[in-house]
Design a protein around this ligand. Structure first.
Ligand code: CTP
Ligand code: MG
Length: 344
């Protein structure tokens, strides 16, 4: 019946070789990448905002420290994206919500604009706009794991330039196709970058930094974060591989469309391998965690970045992976068709 034949098709596609002329499209993918990269001027403005906000906040809380995290610090940010900041503060007297409210007052007094404390969000934040640089940002409190995983992503990006090229294009595809919306049950940008790192680890273009001798260690909320961070010593690591960004894109979508075993596998950049759901006890739904696509967080290892995906959105995601894989295989103009906006 239908089931058997679709299995057969899946199996054939699993071994499908990449189209011979894939590299014809490399220049267009690279120019899309270049068009998304933020300018030096924009990066300088972000630094300027960090400095000026740090000065304002330190007057009130001398022992606090403000960090950039997320896309503006992990090197996977597009131009014109919002800035994520994290305030690290050791104050036993005040709750996170109290800190957020007081922070909003401090920023108000310093003439920042559009200040909104969002104390009831899953991660409480203050939103604001700086009239000087015209940048908008979100400040959260004591979310240091995010600061550490930001550094891990940035360190990986320094080893081989193809990671940044691939992840930018994957993020651009995900935004165009509307599968980068965690509040609607699809994946975060953070999850997509981890999926790209994993692919490059399997192809030996990237090492597994957490399996190497640690040169960087921090403990954040009982999580030991340790890995080899002297990445300037690794900038020849992937040189054996001549894979271009187009070939890697093909491999990325082919993997998620036809090769990944959604019933058994968990991808793990912490180990550089695929591990089993069984081993993590991610085989059944617990609370709201459904584990329909399993992406292990590198430091918070009980955390499945795919937990936002439900039985409806897993279907949407897999159809989008197949669409992208087929475009890369057959379309005469993949660098356009891939990003055609999703129209409901
Ligand atoms: N983060 C996390 N755990 C998640 C999602 C996000 O720790 N499940 C942290 C990561 O440090 C990540 C940051 O929050 O770098 C921002 O996440 P996200 O908005 O997904 O990524 P951005 O890189 O900011 O992407 P975008 O350009 O789409 O804003
Ligand atoms: Mg962001």
């Amino acid at each position: 019946g239908h089931h058997v034949s679709s299995q057969r098709i899946r199996f054939q596609r699993r071994n499908r070789p990449c189209r011979y002329d894939i590299d014809r499209f490399t220049p267009s993918f690279l120019s899309i990448f270049e068009s998304l990269v933020p300018s030096q001027e924009e990066i300088a403005k972000q630094k300027q905002l960090l400095t000026s906000l740090s000065r304002i906040i330190n007057k009130e809380w001398p022992n606090s420290k403000l960090y950039l995290y997320g896309s503006c610090a992990n090197s996977f940010g597009f131009s014109n994206s919002d800035i994520d900041l994290c305030l690290s503060i050791d104050d036993k007297e005040m709750s996170k919500v109290d800190i957020i409210l007081k922070l909003a007052d401090i920023l108000q007094a310093a003439n920042l604009q559009n200040i909104q404390p969002l104390t009831r969000a899953r991660v409480p934040i203050v939103k604001l706009m700086d009239p000087e640089t015209e940048l908008s940002c979100d400040i959260c409190v004591n979310n240091l794991l995010a600061v550490v995983n930001t550094k891990l992503l940035r360190d990986y990006a320094q080893i081989d330039r193809r990671l940044r090229q691939l992840a930018f294009i994957v993020k651009h595809w995900a935004k165009s196709r509307r599968v980068n919306e965690t509040y609607h049950g699809t994946l975060s940008s953070y999850a997509y970058v981890i999926m790209c790192i994993h692919l490059l680890q399997l192809r030996r273009i990237l090492p597994c930094l957490q399996e190497m001798e640690a040169t960087y260690f921090v403990t954040v909320d009982e999580n030991n974060c340790a890995y080899f961070d002297q990445v300037d010593k690794l900038n020849n690591y992937g040189a054996h591989s001549r894979d271009t960004v187009s070939r890697l894109l093909w491999a990325f979508f082919h993997y998620w469309a036809y090769e990944h075993d959604y019933t058994r596998d968990v991808i793990s950049i912490r180990t550089g391998r695929i591990i089993s759901k069984e081993r993590k006890d991610w085989t059944r739904r617990v609370g709201n965690d459904r584990h329909l696509i399993c992406i292990e967080d590198p430091f918070e290892i009980s955390h499945d970045l795919g937990r936002v995906v439900d039985k409806f959105t897993i279907k949407i995601l897999r159809e989008e992976f197949e669409r992208a894989a087929n475009i890369l295989q057959f379309d005469s103009n993949p660098s356009v068709t891939l990003f055609e906006p999703y129209v409901p």
